[in-house]
Write a protein that binds this ligand. Structure first.
Ligand SMILES: [Zn+2]
Ligand SMILES: [Zn+2]
Ligand SMILES: [Zn+2]
Length: 282
């Protein structure tokens, strides 16, 4: 399984384009991995997690075409994870050639927001109409937490997040015969239900990608801080949820308390994890 990080920032990107704080100023100066676009990942070449606002830019910058994407697992409907203009730009009306039909997986709450946004943008079909397949090249799958689904070559398990309940957010485990990854953003302290489900499904992860919105001296909110991230990883290790040689990567990184990449990567190395950056391939 090949994971490409298309973006690794929180809602405001990093640097925040309008911000003159020390972190944003230094990130602008350093460039490279200190420049983060809004969080999304591509698994192999056909599974996207989040139809985010920066995936087009990421595809160009990191030379990862999205032409073979057949499946999208949507975590939730916040604007840093969802840009519904991608549905329109994949549609036959835009002259797109050869894009496979997209199987789009999202919770009920997220699906409702998608429907409203498409209506606002005068999409050629309403999301829940029969014409959506033909006019938007789309197949909808409404899912909920604690489901296990076969999606193409992947076995996907869904978990509840501890995040804005109005959009019904989901976290995902994606497994193939060889490997297993957990993609856990956006969330504050993981719900006990999620921990229990890890064990019930006998999961052991080769790669864990987890919310790291706030830096070491910040408190969490509806996201994790660095200290909470470290507590989560240590609990995963104690409970046998990490496979031998597992890699643990921080994502959804905000300018609030997280230093620029080289410094944050040093902090992470001292605490036994890595910091993902845009374009990183695992
Ligand atoms: Zn977010
Ligand atoms: Zn800033
Ligand atoms: Zn969010």
């Amino acid at each position: 399984m090949i994971i490409t990080f298309l973006g690794t920032s929180a809602v405001n990107a990093y640097p925040e384009a309008f911000c003159r704080c020390e972190n944003c100023t230094l990130a602008r100066k350093l460039g490279g991995p200190s420049l983060r676009k809004r969080a999304a990942v591509l698994i192999n070449d056909d599974l996207l997690i989040d139809l985010g606002p920066d995936i087009m830019t990421a595809s160009h910058m990191h030379r990862r075409p999205l032409t073979r994407v057949r499946y999208c697992l949507q975590t939730h409907a916040h604007a840093d994870h969802l840009d519904t203009s991608h549905f329109l730009s994949r549609s036959p009306g835009y002259g797109v050639i050869g894009a496979p039909r997209l199987r789009f997986y999202a919770s009920h709450g997220t699906m409702q927001v998608v429907a409203q946004l498409l209506e606002r943008d005068n999409a050629p079909a309403s999301l829940f109409s029969l014409e959506v397949g033909e006019n938007l090249n789309l197949e909808l799958h409404r899912i909920e937490a604690l489901q296990s689904l076969a999606i193409g070559p992947y076995q996907v398990t869904t978990f509840p997040a501890n995040h804005d309940p109005s959009v019904d957010p989901l976290l995902y485990a994606v497994q193939t015969e060889e490997r297993s990854i957990f993609y856990g953003t956006d969330t504050a302290t993981l719900p006990e239900e999620t921990w229990q489900a890890f064990h019930r499904c006998r999961l052991q992860f080769d790669v864990v990608v987890l919310d790291h919105t706030y830096g070491p001296d910040e408190l969490g909110s509806d996201h994790l801080s660095a200290r909470q991230f470290i507590e989560h990883v240590s609990r995963m290790r104690d409970e046998g949820l990490l496979a031998d040689g597992a890699r643990v990567l921080a994502t959804h990184i905000a300018h609030e308390g997280n230093p620029v990449h080289p410094e944050l990567a040093d902090f992470a190395a001292r605490h036994g994890y890595e910091v993902a950056y845009d374009g990183l391939v695992v």
